[in-house]
Design a protein. Structure first.
Ligand code: BG6
Length: 506
């Protein structure tokens, strides 16, 4: 059970608080996982009375969370734990109001001085808020503990991330800082560790001797929706690849940790990032493809192109799609290409990792010199239809020895008694108990930026690097398959894990 504590949310009038954070906290309440004495203090610029804030959060839970009739009373009681205070977050002096409010709630409820500060604000405030809290003595305490959760993006490039890190470390210790990456909160992402390290059969094969390539895809069906203003300054590389997808690659590629604790696990992830070979200028041209969606028809309905979206520059060169190839230069992975692909307005929403195993060294069943079957594939489906799929060769019953690829699959949905918790539920609870395993450590974030920043710089400075259009609803620029060596292609997944081939439900 976590210590008694107050969770202070900066940016409390924003979308994330209502849609994700408060519903996740209420879910913890339902499961009796919150501390005995607990309060949420929302901080925002808009002036609204406590009661109105509570109402809005209750609405948020009803719309975005899970709250059937039997929980209405509990929701009502929960709402009484929510408080709100408005301040000017850019005014250092105004933070005295946060301090006073915390003291008041703390002594009323007898909390004991433990506070989490959650920064769900525009990134420009990620340096300011912690500094101003510290100038009121809220960064350290003899009585309780203090922690800060920082939303992504952590920095805009290597230099800004370094600067932010340095600024935070002036007033806080690394173990007070929780850099959130909601992908690490996904049950299926955590299951990568369990699949690899609790089974004897995968790990011996998990290296350059048996793996031909690794492919990570994160496709979104939606476009930029109402986030054009933010996205146009960000793009797919910053929005998805630098954080979420490299973190997934880190868990796939890491060495077994010496023990299951935050430091050991995060040390191994860091080593992966440090081993990723930086791309040369020439490789940035040939191994990274960027694209932008164009207007098109999806299921007969017209959809706008990226440049027509609200908040987007009509001449924007921001990428809504990235596909890239890179290598992890270490003993385990030397020579094995890793492919990452991510985009908006693709045919379906799917995130998965595909481990492509090498073909058999000698073909017994091939026809005309071909192997007859492709190499085995292990597909770790992160979402939707969460599960794991192994593809292998089977004899087609009857005469001869004809081989066909078949599926062996596990779907989380078969565990009917289990529900998959939301990422924020898991991550908030981890921070409440002081477990940082599923949060990104500063050195790893910087290391990821070291790999990504030269690509972003080249895109900005080199007019010869093309950005390709792709029709909304397609799998991105046509030339993406050229990245994959030989006659292989990307896997083109469907909504359902075990469907593939030409016809599938999107
Ligand atoms: C966010 C990005 O971090 O992740 C969004 O800013 C993206 O652009 C989202 O849509 C994807 O998250 P999920 O959990 O839906 O895969």
């Amino acid at each position: 059970m976590p210590d008694n504590q107050i969770l202070v949310i900066f940016g409390a009038s924003g979308d994330l608080t209502k849609r994700k954070l408060i519903p996740a906290i209420f879910e913890l309440e339902k499961q009796k996982l919150l501390p005995e004495k607990f309060a949420v203090l929302g901080i925002g610029r808009t002036e609204i009375p406590n009661e109105e804030f509570r109402q809005k959060m209750v609405e948020g839970v009803k719309i975005h969370g899970k709250c059937d009739d039997k929980y209405l009373q509990l929701l009502d009681d929960f709402a009484r734990k929510l408080y709100y205070k408005s301040i000017d977050t850019k005014d250092r002096a105004d933070y005295i109001k946060v301090k006073d409010e915390l003291q008041k709630i703390d002594s009323d409820l007898d909390i004991g001085g433990n506070y989490i500060f959650y920064l769900s604000t525009p990134p420009s405030l990620y340096g300011i808020i912690p500094e101003y809290l510290a100038s009121h003595g809220l960064n350290k305490s003899e009585k309780g503990w203090r922690r800060i959760i920082i939303e992504k993006p952590f920095g805009y490039d290597l230099n800004s991330a370094k600067e932010l890190n340095k600024r935070l470390l002036e007033d806080y210790d690394e173990d007070q800082l929780y850099r959130i990456d909601h992908y690490l909160g996904k049950e299926t992402v955590q299951n990568v560790l369990v699949t690899r390290f609790s089974n004897g059969i995968f790990e011996p094969l998990w290296n350059r001797n048996y793996v031909e390539r690794v492919e990570i895809t994160s496709a979104e069906y939606i476009g930029v929706e109402n986030r054009g203003g933010y996205y146009d300054q960000s793009g797919a590389m910053r929005d998805m690849v630098q954080n979420h997808l490299l973190q997934v690659a880190g868990l796939i590629a890491m060495e077994p940790p010496s023990s299951f604790d935050s430091t050991s696990i995060r040390n191994e992830v860091l080593k992966v990032f440090q081993s990723i070979r930086k791309l040369s200028d020439e490789e940035i041209h040939s191994q990274v493809i960027r694209g932008q969606y164009l207007e098109s028809f999806i299921k007969g309905q017209p959809v706008p192109g990226y440049r027509q979206e609200k908040g987007v520059d009509p001449d924007s060169k921001t990428e809504t799609f990235v596909a890239m190839k890179f290598f992890v230069d270490n003993w385990r992975w030397g020579g094995v290409p890793f492919y990452i692909r991510s985009g908006k307005r693709l045919p379906t929403r799917v995130t998965e990792v595909v481990i492509h195993f090498k073909e058999t060294p000698h073909s017994l069943f091939g026809v005309n010199g071909s192997h007859g079957v492709e190499g085995n594939k292990l597909i770790i489906r992160i979402q939707p239809d969460e599960g794991i799929l192994l593809k292998f060769g089977m004899k087609i019953p009857g005469a001869g020895f004809n081989v066909q690829t078949v599926n062996m699959d596990f779907h989380y949905s078969n565990l009917t008694h289990e529900r998959i918790p939301e990422a924020y539920e898991r991550l908030l609870l981890d921070c409440m108990v002081g477990d940082s395993t599923l949060y990104s450590r500063g050195d790893a974030v910087l290391s990821a930026w070291e790999f990504i920043t030269p690509i972003l710089d080249a895109w900005r400075n080199d007019p010869l690097i093309k950005i390709y259009g792709y029709p909304a609803g397609s799998w991105g620029p046509d030339n993406c398959d050229d990245l994959v060596s030989g006659k292989a292609t990307w896997r083109y997944p469907c909504k359902n894990l075990s469907d593939d081939g030409l016809y599938c439900e999107l």
